[in-house]
Design a protein around this ligand. Structure first.
Ligand code: ZN
Length: 97
């Protein structure tokens, strides 16, 4: 037990949220809980549907990204989509576990 960080709480510090979101997204991608954002996507105004990435609803006039997956369609905030896409790209370069 050397140099273990004392504070490993679950405090939600805004700056860390992106990392947390990313980590969860990566886990979901690897479990195939979420399809990789590789398909065609379109942008439109939110229609109150929940974001597939962060689970918060996307209300107009916030823009949402509608992404086509294998037999499914997912909607995400523009920012969430960006992270989702980045993680999906990384995921694709890794061999399937
Ligand atoms: Zn979101």
């Amino acid at each position: 037990m050397l140099g273990v960080r004392a504070q490993q709480g679950t405090a939600m510090i805004p700056e860390l949220f992106d990392d947390e979101l990313r980590r969860r997204l990566r886990a979901r991608l690897s479990k195939r809980d979420l399809f990789p954002a590789m398909g065609i996507s379109s942008v439109r105004r939110g229609a109150g549907r929940p974001c597939i990435v962060c689970a918060h609803t996307i209300d107009s006039p916030t823009l949402e990204r509608e992404v086509e997956g294998p037999g499914v369609v997912g909607v995400a905030h523009a920012d969430c989509y960006k992270v989702w896409r980045e993680e999906s790209a990384l995921f694709r370069h890794r061999p399937a576990v």
